[in-house]
Design a binder for this molecule. Structure first.
Ligand SMILES: C[C@](O)(CO)[C@H](O)COP(=O)(O)OP(=O)(O)OC[C@H]1O[C@@H](n2ccc(N)nc2=O)[C@H](O)[C@@H]1O
Ligand SMILES: Nc1ncnc2c1ncn2[C@@H]1O[C@H](COP(=O)(O)OP(=O)(O)OP(=O)(O)O)[C@@H](O)[C@H]1O
Length: 301
């Protein structure tokens, strides 16, 4: 048996971050959107456990761990322990989501691997258990299972779908070198020692997407980690300015960065902005629409 599960990248349309909790995590009010950039996880039966990774030409293969500390190794350990079985399988991750880019690529792989190994091992884990295991693996992982557009609270692991009437078009510009998520949160704490304990609410954003109004969405996009990411990588500020000057409705750092995303008014607009940014010295420029589905089976043989 061989099966492939596909899982999407995310953008945080709204990322409100509060002062750190006692456990060190930051309380969040976030609106996630799954966008059409995907990693594929393929799993086949084997007597042992083996994991391989492939990346597109533009990605640094060395940035993805393969010797036992990939998040997919942790998924296999956790799901096997949950069912009291040994982990087995030959698993391959085909990456397309920028690594350490603020688009939850590792979380997408974790969600895809949960779905793939659950099928491969025929253990029929109930959805609620899958969501609880996902939350143990990382704050962004439950959303990668759910997909669509969703409100995230707690440390981001509590997710519920929200009304989204738009089909939104994004241009995505990854950086050569990723940023560490914990480092960006630490930098946020240094820059904003008086951050309120309650994160900024997402009301304006939720209204904009419920109405499907692109200009209202452009106005309402909000990321509390953006200033910290730009302070660590000042070139991101210039990139956002360049994208907006080239006609994006709005540019924004994605999550903890350093990937920047640009909201466009249509698919044509996204194609033309992507061309403009590519011709001004950005070697990798991608386009993606959202919302799209969470982790889902795409082939089974
Ligand atoms: C920046 C976001 O991508 C926005 O969705 C997420 O908050 C990050 O989610 P993630 O990468 O799945 O994060 P986790 O694997 O749960 O945590 C990694 C580290 O990020 C920091 N972290 C994460 C989530 C959160 N609400 N507060 C935090 O301070 C902590 O230092 C934590 O040790
Ligand atoms: N399957 C994987 N894909 C990518 N990185 C992985 C994977 N497994 C482990 N990692 C490690 O996790 C780190 C963070 O990777 P990831 O691509 O998930 O970052 P991110 O997209 O910024 O995360 P987020 O947006 O959820 O904060 C990488 O630098 C890498 O060392």
């Amino acid at each position: 048996m061989e099966l492939t599960v596909r899982a999407p990248a995310k953008i945080n349309l709204h990322l409100g971050v509060g002062a750190p909790r006692e456990d060190g995590y930051h309380p969040l009010v976030t609106v996630y959107q799954a966008v059409g950039l995907y990693d594929d996880v393929t799993a086949r039966q084997a007597s042992d456990w083996a994991l391989g990774v492939s990346v597109p030409d533009w990605m640094d293969a060395a940035a993805v761990p393969t010797s036992g500390d990939n998040i997919v190794d942790r998924v296999a350990d956790l799901l096997a322990a949950h069912h009291g079985i040994e982990r087995t399988g030959e698993v391959h991750i085909a990456k397309a989501i920028p690594v350490a880019g603020g688009m939850a690529g590792g979380s997408a792989d974790a969600a895809a691997a949960l779905v793939a190994l659950d099928r491969l091992w025929a253990v029929r884990t109930p959805d609620d258990d899958l969501l609880a295991l996902a939350a143990q693996l990382g704050s962004d992982v439950p959303f990668a299972l759910l997909g669509g557009t969703a409100l995230g609270t707690g440390r981001g692991e509590l997710v519920e779908p929200v009304d989204d009437r738009g089909t939104w078009w994004w241009v995505v510009v990854p950086a050569d070198v990723g940023l560490s998520t914990p480092e960006v949160y630490r930098h946020f704490d240094r820059m904003f020692p008086d951050a309120p304990s309650e994160p900024v609410p997402a009301d304006a954003l939720l209204q904009a997407i419920a109405e499907g109004d692109a200009w209202a969405l452009a106005d309402a996009l909000h990321n509390d980690l953006e200033a910290a990411a730009i302070d660590l990588r000042p070139e991101l500020g210039a990139l956002i300015e360049a994208g907006e000057e080239a006609g994006a409705l709005r540019g924004l750092v994605s999550g903890s960065g350093p990937t920047c995303v640009f909201l466009c008014g249509s698919a044509d607009h996204a194609r033309s902005l992507a061309g403009d940014l590519a011709s001004t010295g950005h070697p990798v420029v991608l386009a993606a629409n959202g919302p799209v589905a969470g982790a889902h089976l795409v082939s089974y043989a």
